[in-house]
Ligand binder design. Structure first.
Ligand code: NAD
Ligand code: UDP
Length: 319
């Protein structure tokens, strides 16, 4: 049994990770400032005696007796991370620094939730870890992209300077239960719009692509990464290589929900990446990991979740 700190543990991915770790028999401390996280994502975990929750902002230092840290704290949806870009940068950079200092003090192993956004609007397709990326440093997405790139730098500097045991994964678009109805990312937007009969908002002409991974597949990958030997540091891509246009995603959601919503086009946001698909050769080689949930199956489970949430809480405005 290990004492594991999960920052951002009340968020979409963090809450699934906390559940996974508790079921594996570990003590889990969830640290979250609840800026985008929700109490309802973790309320079912409060029955575990081995679970505790601290309201904490990772921008501030903290000391805890822990063996492992999963650093997930950071808003991940473009409207959320762009709402206060300076705060996003602080969270990524100071959050990483504070967690690395804690790991150093406690000789703990530390995991970083990095992102496919480090590749920016990629010129290499699919994206291997060796691709150095194409990020516009001055654009509206840079607070997130550059914050995450700086965090990766800090992780490797702590490893070189202090022999810290680090694990970095670059997560590609992931979806599933526990996303907020007003999260603002494409999968939750389309599902909530379809279920509430609102227009489905495609940004641009819908020909841009993304590759969508179901949350359970991803969380298994996190755990396998954390359990590798010290020589495996990453960064390693985790994502589902199945690539879809945004228009195809909209059609699939309409088909699965039986919705009569119309599809409308809205302006494409600045610096929106044209295409994205992970090269997961390294995950397959080093972790023996690959995702096994087809998009239609994962969407079905996610639609059932939102159907339940919306029928109990009513529809929240979609950003
Ligand atoms: P989310 O917004 O649902 O969760 C983020 C969590 O972090 C929330 O609970 C929020 O309250 C908390 N948080 C934010 N700022 C904080 C701060 N300063 N101090 C403490 N807590 C703070 O997003 P998510 O999709 O669960 O993403 C989790 C992590 O995974 C993020 O680091 C994100 O960058 C990374 N990631 C996610 C995806 C994806 O597709 N879901 C893709 C790439 C990377
Ligand atoms: N998108 C869309 N409609 C929406 C939300 C997003 O067409 O209501 C598009 C967005 O422009 C992008 C893709 O869907 O091209 C994925 O967007 P998301 O915010 O989910 O993730 P990211 O852009 O960070 O990969």
């Amino acid at each position: 049994m290990r004492r594991v700190l999960v920052t951002g543990g009340a968020g979409f991915l963090g809450s699934h990770l906390c559940e996974f770790l508790l079921e594996a028999g570990h003590h889990v401390i969830c640290a979250d400032n609840f800026s985008t996280g929700l109490e309802r994502n973790i309320s079912h975990l409060r029955d575990f005696e081995t679970f505790s929750v601290i309201r904490h902002d990772v921008v501030d230092p903290i000391d805890l007796e822990i063996d492992e840290i999963y650093n997930l704290a950071c808003p991940a949806s473009p409207p959320h991370y762009q709402a206060d870009p300076i705060r996003t940068m602080r969270t990524s950079v100071l959050g990483a620094l504070n967690m690395l200092d804690l790991a150093h003090r406690r000789c703990a192993k530390i995991f970083q939730a990095s992102t496919s956004e480090v590749y920016g609007d990629p010129h290499v397709h699919p994206q291997p870890e060796s691709y150095l990326g194409n990020v516009n440093t001055t654009g509206p997405r840079a607070c997130y992209d550059e914050g995450k790139r700086s965090a990766e730098t800090l992780f490797f500097d702590y490893q070189r300077c202090h022999d810290l045991r680090i694990k970095i994964v670059r997560i590609f678009n992931t979806y599933g239960p526990h996303m907020r109805p007003d999260d603002g990312r494409v999968v939750s937007n389309f599902i909530v719009q379809a279920l509430t009969g609102k227009d489905i908002t495609i940004y641009g002409d819908g020909s841009q692509t993304r590759s969508f991974c179901y949350v359970d597949d991803l969380i298994r990958g996190f755990h396998w990464m954390m359990d590798t030997g010290d020589e495996v540091t990453g960064p390693i891509n985790l994502g589902n290589p199945g690539e879809f246009t945004i228009a195809e995603l909209a059609s699939m959601v309409i088909d699965l929900t039986g919705s009569r919503s119309r599809i409308v086009q809205m302006p494409l946001p600045a610096d929106d990446p044209r295409q994205r698909r992970p090269d997961i050769t390294q995950a397959e080689k080093q972790l023996g990991w690959r995702p096994n949930t087809a998009l239609r199956d994962g969407l079905g489970r996610t639609i059932a979740y939102f159907d339940k949430v919306l029928s109990t809480e009513g529809a929240l405005p979609v950003r």
